[in-house]
Structure formats: C-alpha cells, structure tokens
Design a protein around this ligand. Structure first.
Ligand SMILES: Nc1ncnc2c1ncn2[C@@H]1O[C@H](COP(=O)(O)OP(=O)(O)OP(=O)(O)O)[C@@H](O)[C@H]1O
Ligand SMILES: [Mg+2]
Length: 322
C-alpha cells in the first residue's frame, strides 16, 4: 500500500546574476526563487494496482514519483510505501521498488545488456535460480533473446528501452515507477512497451505507477487515472469514465491556403478556433468521413485529425468544477 498524505514540494533555486555584483551576492547573500511544484496532494495506491498519472508539461508528475521513490523529499506531508518512509532509502525499500525514466539510462553503454543485468543481480542480491527464471520470463515477454549480447550502444531506442525494463525488473521489485517509458519511441515500440507493462502487472501482480502526457497511453493500460495539473490533482478515478466522455470527438486541424476560406469553414462547422492559417474545430468521431467530404469544397495546405489534448480535457474538467 502506498499512502500519500498532503504532500507539497517547493523547489528552492538560487538565483545567479551574471555580473560581478551578482556573483558576490550569490556567494554571501543568496537570493532564491521558489517553485511550488506539488500542492498538498493525497491519494492511496493498493497492491497490484496499475495507475496512470497524467498531466501536461510541468504538472508535477516527475516530482511526485521521485518523492514516492525517495529521490526527493517532500517539503511537507507524509508518504508511506509498504511501511517504509521512502526518503530513508532503506535497503528493504530499495529492493522492493524500481524507478525507470524514459529519458535516462542505467545500462552500461559499451557492453551488452546482459552485463548490466548481472551487475544488478549482484547489487540486489538475487539468487542465481531466481535470476534465471526472471530473466527468461522478461526476455520472452519482450522478445529480445537475440539482442542480449549485442553492445547497448548498437541497439535501437525501442530495443534499449526493453533492456532498461529488464534491468529494472530483474530483481523482482514489487513496485514499479515508470516516468514516461515510451517517450521518443515509434508507435509500434510504444505499444510493445505498454502491452508488456500490462502483462507484467497481470502475471506478477506488481504495483505500477506510470506517467504520461497522453490519455491514450493510460486508456490501453490502466483502470485508474490520476490527472495532475499545476501541482494539483484534478481527477482521480476510473479511466473509462474519462475515456468515454472525451474520445467521442476528434480535433480537425486545417492549414488554409487563403483567408477567403474562413467563411466556408465557419458556415459548415461549429465553434471554430481561427488563427490564420490554422483553423481548428471538433467533430464527433462518426462524422469524420462526412467532414472530409464537405472539406473537398475548399483548398488547404494540410489537414490533421487528432485526439483531444490533455490540456483541453483539463480545461474542461476545470470548468465543470467551477
Ligand atoms: N530541480 C528543480 N528545481 C527547480 N524547479 C524544478 C525542478 N524540477 C522541477 N521543477 C519545476 O517543478 C515543476 C514540476 O516539474 P515536474 O518535472 O515534476 O513536471 P512534469 O509533470 O514531470 O513535467 P514533464 O511532463 O515536462 O516531464 C515545473 O514547474 C518545474 O519547472
Ligand atoms: Mg516529467
């Protein structure tokens, strides 16, 4: 069980001025800038749960999971993870958790991935037979048996991420913190990673907390969604409820060739957002074909059809609250 009670995180960064006076001030009378990254949030996560933690850039996702894994101290509030205080970073706690960041790597760059797995086996004191069993399971699930003895630096980004996951899971942690594990990957690798996480959670019953910018990452994966914006939790509940509500519509984005076309778009579609040459409007999913047919009447440079962004969902949830 993970219990988070009223945690707040304020970052204090020293302000450095470039000139000499600024430098002297920096040495003797430091000025600080304060950033309120997480504001008094609370939640519980039960064993075996798979939770998606989503929010836009700077929302406080990384800060929160760093506090849960003990890499950062909260400024105030209490965190307990399976009876441990994360910030004490006790051995029992470190063996129980794993923290993986999509942008950082722990693998030895010049060596084959298997060498990092063996190093982690020693660090986390994994018995030989457990190590073999876990390695076989992970290698099979991720389909990487042929890549184990290839130097890490020669692997593709997606392959490397799979190896990062194996390195993080080789000691069978009960709790897995994943900070944007699919960042920068193509759609196929993203899907492979996400479906692995889902499968692993099912087979091993590990608790998983995963951050992302995208609702769709979480939809395919988790039952529970925690949405965070500007350091505050604005939704904590079922994924399906949000998904059903916000996946009915798509956002059509057009790049017009001439401002003359604005009139046409305004007449045919509702509530357009116009900022020449970009026009955006929402269309129900089942009306996409009809929309494209109507658009044949005008000329445009480009068109894209996108999911409603997380920022938009947040702003709608916000409005409903008020
Ligand atoms: N080490 C730090 N020092 C000062 N401010 C920080 C530090 N780390 C993060 N912040 C600030 O705290 C806020 C939350 O950052 P955080 O990295 O937790 O957001 P995030 O939700 O993970 O964003 P992203 O989606 O971009 O990864 C931001 O305003 C950020 O600028
Ligand atoms: Mg982050």
């Amino acid at each position: 069980m993970i219990t988070v009670r009223n945690i707040t995180k304020i970052y204090k960064t020293a302000i450095k001025n470039q000139n000499f006076k600024g430098f002297i001030q920096y040495l003797f009378n430091r000025q600080y800038k304060k950033t309120l990254a997480v504001k008094n949030i609370s939640f519980n996560i039960h064993q075996h749960e798979l939770v998606g933690f989503i929010g836009p850039n700077g929302a406080g996702k990384t800060t929160t999971i760093k506090m849960l894994s003990g890499l950062l101290y909260p400024t105030s509030g209490e965190i307990e993870v399976e009876g441990f205080k994360p910030q004490e970073r006790k051995k029992g706690f470190l063996k129980m958790i794993s923290f993986l960041m999509g942008q950082k790597n722990q693998l030895f760059w010049e060596l084959p991935a298997i060498d990092t797995f063996i190093a982690n086996k020693e660090i986390y004191e994994v018995k030989e037979n457990r190590f073999r069993k876990q390695l076989n399971l992970l290698v099979e699930l991720l389909n990487v048996s042929k890549l184990l003895d290839q130097p890490v630096k020669t692997l593709s980004l997606g392959e490397r991420m799979k190896m990062e996951l194996i390195a993080s899971l080789i000691y069978e942690p009960k709790i897995l913190f994943l900070d944007e594990p699919t960042i920068g990957l193509d759609i196929i690798s993203q899907k492979a990673i996400l479906s692995f996480i889902k499968e692993y959670n099912k087979i091993k019953g590990a608790t998983v907390i995963l951050t992302s910018h995208y609702l769709k990452d979480v939809v395919s994966l988790a039952n529970r969604l925690i949405m965070i914006n500007k350091g505050e939790i604005i939704y904590d509940g079922n994924v399906d409820t949000i998904q059903r509500k916000y996946s009915k519509e798509k956002v059509v984005k057009l790049i017009l060739r001439s401002p003359d076309n604005k009139k046409f778009v305004e007449k045919v579609f509702n509530k357009i957002e116009y900022n020449y040459p970009v026009v955006k409007f929402k269309v129900p999913k089942n009306k996409i074909i009809e929309t494209l047919t109507k658009l044949q009447e005008i000329e445009f440079e480009d068109i894209s059809i996108e999911d409603i962004s997380i920022e938009e969902i947040i702003s709608q949830l916000w409005q409903e609250k008020e």
